[in-house]
Ligand binder design. Structure first.
Ligand code: SAH
Length: 233
């Protein structure tokens, strides 16, 4: 029961997808698990059919409601940071090479980043403030038989307190500052990846919790839509 063309043809075929993977590899994405996930998730079902021929270009695209699906390179870089994070700190609770189990994602959008993450971690908890986007993302993940994701229609700056602590937190909207609630909901040793900055360009930051202290690292400049307060249908 699906209106999605999961296989893809022509500009959405597996061959076109593999070209994207090669492009990300030459752009510096080295984690094969992430590249495999990008190869296996059909990005064309996460965007409007009229734009499907652009699905495997390495660019952000509009998804309605003034929002965008993230650029594949950024999805890959953020996912790689989540998988690698928490292992660099001395007090890591995770054995080397193991994936985080409980990941909190803020800004479901199209659900593409959610789907990529879900193939690599045990459970994704994804929060979106726009109800219509959330509903469509849920349908797409169902069509892909991805079942290890729970969604919530809420203001993600508040995190998901009932389910904290999380082994990793990923924010896919630009924040002027890191919301306190997210910091509080991280497990010890957990990585938080978040674009920080008030303007059009933000810095992708990686924070790692170490007890009450946070180690921070700037990854690269990025352009995300803003993290906004409240919800809408
Ligand atoms: N990773 C997504 C990117 C979506 S764009 C994708 O690849 O499709 C960022 C998303 O964050 C938008 O859908 C926007 O509505 C959402 N967002 C912005 N502020 C939010 C908030 N406070 N809580 C939850 N979602 C938020």
């Amino acid at each position: 029961m699906t209106d999605f063309n999961l296989q893809g043809i022509g500009m959405t075929s597996r061959r076109t997808r593999n070209r994207l993977v090669e492009r990300l590899r030459s752009a510096g994405i080295a984690d094969e698990r992430v590249l495999d996930a990008i190869a296996s998730v059909p990005r064309h079902i996460f965007i409007d059919e009229a734009l499907a021929h652009l699905a495997y270009e390495d660019s952000a695209l509009p998804i309605g409601h003034s929002q965008t699906i993230s650029q594949p390179y950024i999805v890959a870089a953020m996912t790689a940071a989540i998988l690698a994070g928490g292992r660099r700190s001395g007090r890591t609770p995770r054995p080397s090479g193991a994936s985080p189990r409980k990941v909190l994602e803020i800004g479901t959008g199209s659900g593409y980043q959610t789907a990529v993450l879900a193939t690599l971690v045990e459970t994704v908890y994804s929060v979106e403030r726009i109800g219509a986007l959330l509903g469509r993302a849920r349908e797409r993940l169902q069509a892909l038989s991805i079942r290890n994701v729970s969604f919530k229609h809420a203001d993600g700056s508040l995190g998901w307190p009932e389910l904290a602590p999380f082994d990793a937190v990923l924010v896919t909207a630009g924040a002027s500052h890191v919301p306190d609630a997210l910091m509080e909901q991280m497990a010890d040793g957990a990585p938080l990846v978040i674009p920080v900055g008030g303007g059009d360009v933000q810095q992708l930051m990686l924070f790692e919790r170490n007890g009450d202290a946070w180690r921070q690292q700037t990854l690269e400049d990025v352009r995300f839509v803003p993290l906004l307060r409240g919800t809408r249908s």
